[in-house]
Design a protein around this ligand. Structure first.
Ligand code: ZN
Length: 256
């Protein structure tokens, strides 16, 4: 395959021998790719300060030899997002989002909406436009929506009654059913059922339909942050079928 250039966001770095790094990027034009950065470990000057976690770069990659990996020829900085790496919580959240994308997005399948979502989310996190917890709620529900795994939020999964017509102030967020269930259709809480207020569900519905940039000024109450965070961080692992390692670390940090 011939060489190419593309905007890219660094998701992951893996040591490759004594001198080289394998770097996983989400690119705008090629989807997720892994490339070899020759001598990136040996010579700090080679890609000086560029191959840091979460940076947005413009890449120039050489052609791949006999079906192997492409070689990273040049990189130039678009956005360093240094504010993320300066803060341990921001780093953990960014790591969680990068892990979701690394696990879900297929190699060489362009996902421009996912790219834009990650770029906007890192930008909001970097500049502190929205809090890390709020940004993560927005990222997760938008990610699920774009990926086609969106929970059903506008009506009861069992009887179909619209959210607005459910008389109670709270509903059940049911992981097994894949969305909300009204109180008349459920037999209480369990490990896969969480209580959530209608206000929080409405907020999630609104977020899902809007681009990240419109959501910056969205105000969450403390209660809806707690509820939406619990719902999203239960739903994402349930649907992926595994617990992201970075989410486990994030939960341990919160308990300290
Ligand atoms: Zn119902």
């Amino acid at each position: 395959m011939s060489g190419f250039s593309t905007p890219a966001i660094l998701l992951r770095r893996i040591d490759h021998g004594d001198y080289d790094l394998i770097v996983v990027f989400l690119t705008l034009e090629k989807g997720k790719i892994s490339v070899i950065a020759k001598n990136a470990k040996k010579s700090r000057k080679r890609f000086s300060g560029l191959l840091e976690p979460f940076t947005a770069l413009e890449l120039v990659c050489g052609p791949s030899r006999s079906g192997g990996m492409h070689i990273l020829k040049e990189a130039s900085m678009e956005s360093p997002f240094a504010g993320i790496r300066a803060d341990v919580y921001k780093t953990l959240y960014a790591g969680y989002w990068a892990e979701l994308i690394n696990g879900w997005v297929e190699d060489w399948k362009p996902q421009p909406r996912i790219y834009r979502l990650l770029y906007d989310a890192f930008s909001a996190l970097d500049l502190g436009i929205a809090g890390p917890a709020e940004s993560s709620i927005i990222f997760q529900i938008r990610f699920l929506s774009i990926a086609g795994y969106s929970p059903k939020l506008d009506s009861c999964c069992k009887c179909g009654i619209l959210l607005d017509r459910i008389p109670a102030g709270e509903v059940i967020f049911d992981l097994e059913k894949g969305g909300i269930v009204c109180n008349g259709c459920t037999a209480g809480e369990s490990r896969t059922r969480l209580r959530i207020s209608k206000g929080t569900v409405k907020q999630l519905c609104w977020i899902r339909e809007n681009e990240f940039n419109k959501l910056k000024r969205l105000r969450f109450t403390q209660k809806s942050v707690m509820e939406a965070q619990a719902a999203m961080e239960a739903f994402v692992p349930y649907y992926l079928g595994r617990m992201p390692r970075s989410l486990k670390v994030l939960e341990q940090m919160r308990r300290r």
